[in-house]
Design a protein. Structure first.
Length: 88
């Protein structure tokens, strides 16, 4: 991969589980967090050193209310944010 990428979650909107796919162009410490509309962190999905490559993870929002959420992929040099909708 040439650069770090964060794809749109699927399905979106979701109830209550969705998949998030991302690509890393080099090995680095990665954080993938989910935030509510007020900017409060509601979940940490990934918090570890990862090798370059493509990854897919699941997010379970069964303990959260319906609404808009943001997921943020952070590496040493990049930060990408996307939004997703939870509908129950």
């Amino acid at each position: 991969p040439i650069e770090m990428e964060l794809e749109q979650n699927y399905p979106n909107p979701f109830n209550p589980v969705t998949k998030i796919k991302y690509t890393l162009n080099k090995s680095s410490f990665i954080k993938l967090n989910v935030y509510d509309l007020l900017g409060n962190k509601v979940s940490t999905i990934v918090d570890e050193i990862m090798n370059s490559g493509t990854y897919e993870t699941s997010f379970d929002g069964s303990d959260l209310p319906s609404g808009m959420y943001f997921y943020n992929l952070v590496s040493e040099n990049n930060s990408i944010v996307k939004k997703m909708m939870l509908i129950k």
